[in-house]
Design a protein around this ligand. Structure first.
Ligand code: PNS
Length: 168
């Protein structure tokens, strides 16, 4: 696959399910925004399929409320192939965070597949060690059973998870 011509505006996308967004994700968004002219946080998934704790709209809202202070970041959603989004929006780089070898094993085939499809590159930022154990799945579980996830989730996200698990 030929390396595509580098666009003049350096755009990157941070894709993910973000169910919900964590402080670990936010750290990667901030670091990406410091390296690229424009960053799109792309919530992926089908809005008509109810998978996960939060709907696509709720995930978007939580990402938006947690990223208002990053001026060159916008939030969008997509239910198709990631590479079709990057091509349509003239985005040259996919940014992902790597916490461990487990993430590496999961991410490498996707990065290679995406590059093979359109030539889009994936850049990995090493997760800050203080977020090495932070995942959406674990945070939801800890909040559900009343644990302390201080510093791992934005306040609005913690509140939103608690509301989901509140007895009706
Ligand atoms: O937060 P996740 O679940 O690790 O995110 C994975 C995601 C959404 C980045 C990946 O599943 C993806 O790129 N989905 C879009 C559909 C697609 O392009 N699939 C082929 C990937 S090689």
């Amino acid at each position: 696959m030929e390396t595509p011509v580098t666009p003049t505006v350096h755009r990157a996308v941070c894709p993910g399910s973000f169910d919900p967004v964590t402080m670990g994700h936010l750290d990667i968004f901030r670091r990406a925004a410091a390296q690229f002219d424009e960053v799109v946080v792309l919530v992926t998934g089908n809005p008509n399929k109810n998978s996960g704790l939060f709907s696509i709209d709720e995930r978007l809202e939580l990402v938006r409320s947690a990223t208002t202070e990053i001026p060159n970041l916008r939030v969008d959603w997509w239910s198709g192939l990631l590479v079709n989004y990057t091509t349509e929006h003239n985005i040259g780089v996919i940014v992902k965070g790597l916490r461990s070898a487990l993430d590496y094993e999961y991410e490498i085939p996707m990065a290679q597949m995406n590059r093979n499809l359109t030539g889009v590159d994936t850049v990995f930022f090493m997760t800050d060690p203080k977020y090495g154990h932070v995942s959406s799945t674990l945070c939801k579980e800890v909040v559900k059973y009343g644990g302390d996830i201080r510093d791992m989730l934005p306040a609005e996200v913690e509140k939103a998870i608690k509301a989901k698990y509140a007895p009706s």
